[in-house]
Design a protein around this ligand. Structure first.
Ligand code: UDX
Length: 472
C-alpha cells in the first residue's frame, strides 16, 4: 500500500475511457467526488481533449473543471497521449487503435501515474472505467486502492461477470438460440436473445477480447461503482455484493441537468430550442441512435419512411458517419418536404435539453444506458431499437421489466409500416397513457435515489467513507 498522509484528503486519479457514453458519466462522477471533498486529477486522452475543444469553439473541457475549481472544488485537469498523433484517424484504423490501447497504452498510463505519485505526497487512489484493462496492474505496481466504474446497468455487469458460468452451461456464444437462463445469481430468468451482442457470436474480435479481459481484471478491484439505482436492480446488486464491494450510485447526472452536454460532448451541438418551442406539448418524437453505432442505409430509409407515413413531428439526430453511403439520397421520395415543417434533422444536440422540452412526447432510441436514464428522468417513453453491445440487454429492462417502452421489430428487419404503427401507439392513446404512467413511477425511483437520504446518495457517502478507510 502507498504511504499515506493523514493531513490530506483522498486524491482520485481518473483517466477517462475515450467513448462519448463513458465520458459523460465519468466527468459527472469526477465533479461529484470533488463535491464530497476529495481531490481529483482528471485526464482525457489528448485526442479527446482536442475534439471537445474543437467542437465547442471557446468552451473547452478545461473550462468545466476551471468553473468547478472557482467554486472551491479541488480538480486538476490534464491530458495523456494514447501514442498516436491527435489527428490520427482512429475510426478508420480501428483495430490498430484497439491493439495499441491494449498493449501500448498501459505503459503510458504507468508513466503518467508514476510521475504524478512522485510529484506529491497526496493520498492517491485509482478510479478507472471498467473497460480500462490496465487498472489492476497499475494499482498493484504503485500500491493504490483500485476503484472500477461501470457505466452500464448491473444486469449487464453481472452477465459479463458470469461469462465462465454461461460458457460452462453452453449458453455463450448464443449462436442464434433462444433459451431461458435461470442460474446466474440475482437474475431469476433471462432469454439468451437478450444477451449483449458480444455474447451472440462465436467469432471473437479484438473488442470482445478486451471486454472479456476487463471482467477478469475487475475481479481484483477493491471497489466497484455502477451508474444504476439500487431499487431498479435489487436482486442483481445484492448478488454482486456477495462477491465484491459494489455501490449503485446512479443516475450520475450533472448538477444542472439541462446544461449537461457542453464540454462533455465530442461534437458541436445544434440548438433546436426555437423549433421545439414552436411545437405543441408532447407532439414531437425525438430520434437518436447514440454516439457509437453505425446504421445500415436501408434502416435509415425505413425509419424515414415510417416518419413520413406517421403524422407526428420529429427531431432526428443523424450523426456524421452514422451511415455509410456511396451515392444517392438516403431518404425516400417526399421525405425532404416534410422536414421543412414537421421534421428537423440535426447532426448532434444537447440531448438532455431536448428531452426536457415539453414538446417532446417520445424517444425512438438505440437504448444506450445514458439515453435510457435521461429519458426516464424526463418522463419520456421510448420505442426501443437496440443496435449492439449492452443496448440489446437494456431493452429488456425498458420494455419487459419496467414497461416504459415498446419494441421495434424485435430483431427482425425494420419496416416503415411498423415504424409508423409504433409511433402512433407511443405518442397518443390508451397504451401511450399507460407507458407514461409507468415511466412516472420509474422516474420517482430515480428521483428518490438522489435525495439526501436516497439509496444512491447514501451509497455514494458509504463509498467515500469506505475508500477513505481503505487508504488511511
Ligand atoms: C454506448 C452504450 O450502448 C451505452 O450503454 C454505454 O453506457 C456507453 O456506450 P452510446 O451510443 O454512447 O452508448 O449511447 P448512450 O449511453 O445513450 O450515451 C450517449 C450520450 O450522448 C448520452 O448521454 C446523450 O445525452 C448524449 N447525446 C447523444 C448528446 O448529448 N447529443 C446527441 O445528439 C446524442
Amino acid at each position: 500500500m502507498a504511504a499515506t498522509n493523514k493531513n490530506q484528503k483522498p486524491h482520485a486519479i481518473m483517466i477517462s475511457f475515450h467513448l462519448q457514453g463513458h465520458i459523460i458519466p465519468f466527468v459527472n462522477l469526477a465533479l461529484k467526488l470533488a463535491s464530497k471533498g476529495f481531490s481529483v486529477t482528471f485526464a482525457h486522452l489528448d485526442f479527446i481533449h482536442h475534439q471537445i475543444s474543437k467542437s465547442h469553439y471557446n468552451t473547452t473541457e478545461i473550462d468545466i473543471f476551471a468553473q468547478a475549481r472557482s467554486s472551491g472544488l479541488d480538480i486538476n485537469y490534464t491530458t495523456i497521449s494514447d501514442g498516436f498523433p491527435v489527428e490520427f484517424d482512429r475510426a478508420a484504423n480501428f483495430n490498430q487503435h484497439l491493439e495499441s490501447f491494449m498493449y501500448k497504452f498501459p505503459d503510458k498510463v504507468d508513466e503518467f501515474v508514476g510521475n504524478l505519485i512522485s510529484s506529491s505526497d497526496s493520498n492517491y487512489f485509482l478510479l478507472a472505467d471498467t473497460f480500462s484493462i490496465w487498472s489492476a496492474k497499475i494499482a498493484k505496481k504503485y500500491g493504490l486502492v483500485n476503484v472500477s466504474f461501470w457505466t452500464e446497468p448491473a444486469l449487464v455487469f453481472s452477465l459479463y461477470y458470469h461469462l465462465d458460468l454461461l460458457r460452462e452451461n453452453g449458453h455463450v456464444p448464443v449462436n442464434g438460440r433462444t433459451e431461458i437462463v435461470d442460474y446466474v445469481p440475482g437474475i431469476p430468468s433471462i432469454n439468451t436473445k437478450d444477451f449483449m451482442s458480444y455474447f451472440q457470436d462465436s467469432d471473437l474480435q479484438l473488442l470482445h477480447k478486451i471486454i472479456f479481459r476487463a471482467f477478469d481484471v475487475v475481479k481484483s478491484a477493491d471497489f466497484i461503482l455502477c451508474n444504476t439505482v439500487h431499487e431498479l436492480e435489487i436482486a442483481i446488486i445484492s448478488a454482486l455484493q456477495q462477491k465484491q464491494p459494489f455501490y449503485s450510485i446512479g443516475p450520475l447526472f450533472p448538477a444542472d441537468f439541462s446544461k449537461t452536454a457542453i464540454a462533455r460532448s465530442l461534437l458541436p451541438e445544434s440548438n433546436s430550442d426555437e423549433w421545439l418551442n414552436s411545437k405543441s406539448p408532447g407532439s414531437v418524437l425525438y430520434v437518436s441512435f447514440g454516439s457509437l453505432a453505425k446504421i445500415d442505409k436501408k434502416v435509415i430509409f425505413e425509419i424515414a419512411g415510417g416518419l413520413l407515413l406517421g403524422e407526428v413531428n420529429f427531431i432526428w439526430v443523424i450523426r456524421p458517419g452514422i451511415v455509410d453511403f456511396d451515392s444517392g439520397g438516403i431518404f425516400p421520395e417526399g421525405f425532404e418536404d416534410v422536414t421543412r415543417d414537421r421534421g428537423l434533422i440535426i447532426p448532434w444536440c444537447a440531448q438532455n435539453q431536448v428531452l426536457l422540452n415539453p414538446a417532446i412526447g417520445g424517444f425512438l432510441t438505440h437504448c444506450g444506458w445514458n439515453s435510457v436514464l435521461e429519458s426516464v428522468w424526463c418522463g419520456v417513453p421510448m420505442i426501443c431499437y437496440p443496435l449492439f453491445t449492452d443496448q440489446i440487454t437494456n431493452r429488456k429492462l425498458v420494455v419487459d421489466d419496467w414497461r416504459v417502452g415498446l419494441n421495434l421489430c424485435d430483431g427482425e428487419f425494420i419496416t416503415r409500416d411498423e415504424v409508423k404503427e409504433k409511433i402512433g401507439i407511443l405518442m397518443s392513446g390508451k397504451r401511450s397513457d399507460e407507458l407514461r404512467k409507468e415511466i412516472g413511477k420509474v422516474r420517482k425511483i430515480l428521483e428518490n435515489a438522489l435525495t439526501k437520504d436516497g439509496s444512491s446518495e447514501r451509497n455514494f457517502d458509504c463509498f467515500v467513507k469506505d475508500v477513505s478507510d481503505e487508504i488511511f
